[in-house]
Write a protein of this length. Structure first.
Length: 464
C-alpha cells in the first residue's frame, strides 16, 4: 500500500504529512470518525488490533502517527508487518517538552481541519497520549483511553533491606505477592507515570486492563459508568504474532536462540540509564550471567546505546559478543513476530519495560522486573513476575539465577493469565454502544446531568 501525502506547514521548520484526499473523504462521510493515535513501538503493537477491528466492522478510521518513534526498527517495520499506514503524521521532533507542545499544536490543527467531532483513541502512558488528550480536550473531544489506569506501585522498603541482608529468593517472592504495604505515588517510569495520570482527565471512556487499574480510576474519582475492565489489547497482538511464528527468520540469523534456555535482557528506562549505579548494576549482572555460560540476548534500544557509550561500555559489549557465542547483542528488531518467536525460547525475561511485563504473563514466561517497582504490579501479585531492584549486582544476578534454576520457574510459568481475550472487539463494541446514544465527552454540568436533553432546555449557543 502506497499513500501520497500533502504537507501542512506549521512553522519555518515543522510540517504535518496528510494523506492526499483525506479531508475531502471526511467531509463527504456521514459515519463517525474513529481517530486512532499511535506513537511508540508498544502502542503500535497494541493499537493495530484495534485498527483492524474497526476496519473489519467497516468503520471510518483515521490513523494519526505522532512521529514519536519514527525509525524502521521502532515503527516502520511493524507498520508494514501489520498492514497499517498512517493517514496523518505529525512529524514531531526534539526534546520531551518540544514533542509535547508540537503534538498539542499539530493534532489541534488536524482536528480543526476535520471540522467535526471525532472519536479519538489514545494509548496508555505515552507522551502522545498525554499531549493528544490535551489537544482533544481543548476541542471538546473526549478520548477513549486504551490501557487506562496504569499506576506504579512500590513494595515496602523493608523488603529491599531484607534482600540486602540475604533473604532467600523464594521467601522474597512470596512476600512481594502481599500488596497490603505497597504504595502508589512513584514517578517511575519517567515520564510515563506522569503521562498516564495526565491522560485520564481527557477520557470519555477508560478502558482498563484489569480490576486493579479499575480500582485506581474509581479511587481517583472518575465516573464508574465510563470505566470498563476489558483486558489488554496486547493479547490480540500476541495471538496475531503466534500464528505467524513459522514465518520468522530470526533463528536463521541467530541460531543460538534455537537452543532455548535463554535470558532476554532489556535495559532502557530513563531512570535506569541516567543513574550510573543503577545501569552498571544491571549491566554487570548480565555480564556475570554471560560468563557463567548462560544464553543471553541483549536487545539494545537507542537509550541503551546512549548509556553504553556514556559509561564507556560499548566496546566491552562488542568484545563480549565476539568472545562468547552464548551472547547476542542486537538492536531492536523491526518485526513483532520475530520478537515473540525469540521470547518463546526464553526461560527468563529480565526487563525494565512496561509492556513486556504483560507479555511475560500472557506467554507464561517468568519475568524479572529490573526496577524498584512496577506499573503492572498485578503480575507481581499474581506471581508471574518478580522485582529485582538495581541495588547491587549480586542481588539481581541471584534473583535471575533462582528464577531460572529453582521451583520458582514452574510456579511463575503457571501463574494465572491476567489480560483477557478479544480485547479490541470489546473496546469497539463498547465505544459504538455509547457513542450511538450520547456524546463521548460531556464537558459541562447541564450536559452531564442530562438537562440539555429536556424539552424545556433552549438549544444553541456560542461555538468556540
Amino acid at each position: 500500500m502506497i499513500f501520497m501525502y500533502e504537507k501542512i506547514k506549521v512553522n519555518k521548520t515543522g510540517e504535518i504529512s496528510v494523506r492526499q484526499g483525506l479531508f475531502e473523504e471526511i467531509k463527504k462521510t456521514n459515519k463517525p470518525i474513529h481517530l486512532v493515535l499511535i506513537a511508540t513501538k508498544p502502542d503500535i503493537i497494541k493499537q493495530f488490533p484495534l485498527i483492524l477491528e474497526l476496519k473489519k466492522q467497516n468503520e471510518f478510521v483515521v490513523i494519526v502517527h505522532s512521529g514519536q518513534h519514527y525509525s524502521w526498527n521502532l515503527s516502520k517495520g511493524m507498520e508494514e508487518e501489520f498492514g497499517i499506514m498512517p493517514d496523518v503524521n505529525l512529524n514531531v521532533k526534539g526534546k520531551l517538552f518540544e514533542q509535547q507542545s508540537q503534538i498539542i499544536n499539530r493534532l489541534g490543527i488536524v482536528l480543526e481541519k476535520i471540522g467535526k467531532k471525532v472519536i479519538p483513541y489514545t494509548y496508555g502512558d505515552t507522551t502522545t497520549a498525554l499531549a493528544g488528550g490535551i489537544a482533544c480536550f481543548a476541542l471538546k473531544n473526549g478520548v477513549a483511553h486504551v490501557e487506562a489506569g496504569l499506576r506504579t506501585m512500590t513494595p515496602p522498603k523493608k523488603l529491599f533491606e531484607e534482600l540486602m541482608n540475604g533473604i532467600e529468593t523464594e521467601n522474597y517472592y512470596e512476600k512481594l505477592k502481599d500488596r497490603k504495604e505497597w504504595t502508589k505515588g512513584s514517578y517511575e517510569p519517567y515520564p510515563e507515570q506522569f503521562d498516564t495520570r495526565g491522560s485520564a482527565p481527557s477520557a470519555g471512556i477508560h478502558f482498563s486492563p484489569n480490576e486493579l487499574n479499575t480500582e485506581h480510576l474509581i479511587n481517583e474519582g472518575y465516573e464508574k459508568e465510563r470505566i470498563f475492565t476489558v483486558g489488554n489489547p496486547v493479547v490480540d497482538a500476541l495471538k496475531f504474532a503466534e500464528k505467524r511464528i513459522k514465518e520468522s527468520s530470526i533463528f536463521e540469523k541467530y541460531p543460538v536462540l534455537e537452543e532455548g534456555n535463554l535470558i532476554r535482557f532489556c535495559i532502557h528506562r530513563r531512570e535506569n540509564i541516567s543513574s550510573k549505579h543503577r545501569f552498571k548494576v544491571l549491566y554487570n549482572s548480565m555480564v556475570s550471567l554471560i560468563k557463567e555460560g548462560r544464553n543471553v540476548l541483549l536487545i539494545s534500544l537507542g537509550s541503551t546505546e546512549k548509556a553504553l557509550e556514556f559509561y564507556d561500555l560499548k566496546n566491552k559489549t562488542k568484545e563480549l559478543a565476539e568472545k562468547h557465542k552464548n551472547f547476542i547483542y542486537s538492536e531492536v528488531w523491526p518485526q513483532y513476530t520475530d520478537v515473540i518467536a525469540a521470547m518463546k525460547k526464553c526461560s527468563v525475561i529480565a526487563t525494565d519495560s512496561g509492556s513486556i511485563q504483560e507479555e511475560t504473563n500472557t506467554l507464561g514466561i517468568p519475568g524479572v522486573v529490573l526496577r524498584f517497582n512496577s506499573d503492572r504490579p498485578e503480575a507481581v501479585f499474581e506471581g508471574s513476575n518478580i522485582i529485582a531492584p538495581p541495588i547491587k549486582t549480586e542481588i539481581v544476578t541471584k534473583i535471575i539465577q533462582d528464577v531460572m534454576d529453582s521451583d520458582l520457574n514452574k510456579q511463575m510459568k503457571n501463574s494465572k493469565k491476567l489480560y483477557g481475550e478479544n480485547v479490541s472487539e470489546k473496546i469497539v463494541s463498547i465505544t459504538k454502544k455509547i457513542t450511538e446514544k450520547e456524546e463521548l465527552f460531556e464537558l459541562f454540568e447541564h450536559e452531564r446531568l442530562g438537562l440539555s436533553k429536556k424539552d424545556f432546555w433552549e438549544k444553541g449557543g456560542i461555538e468556540w
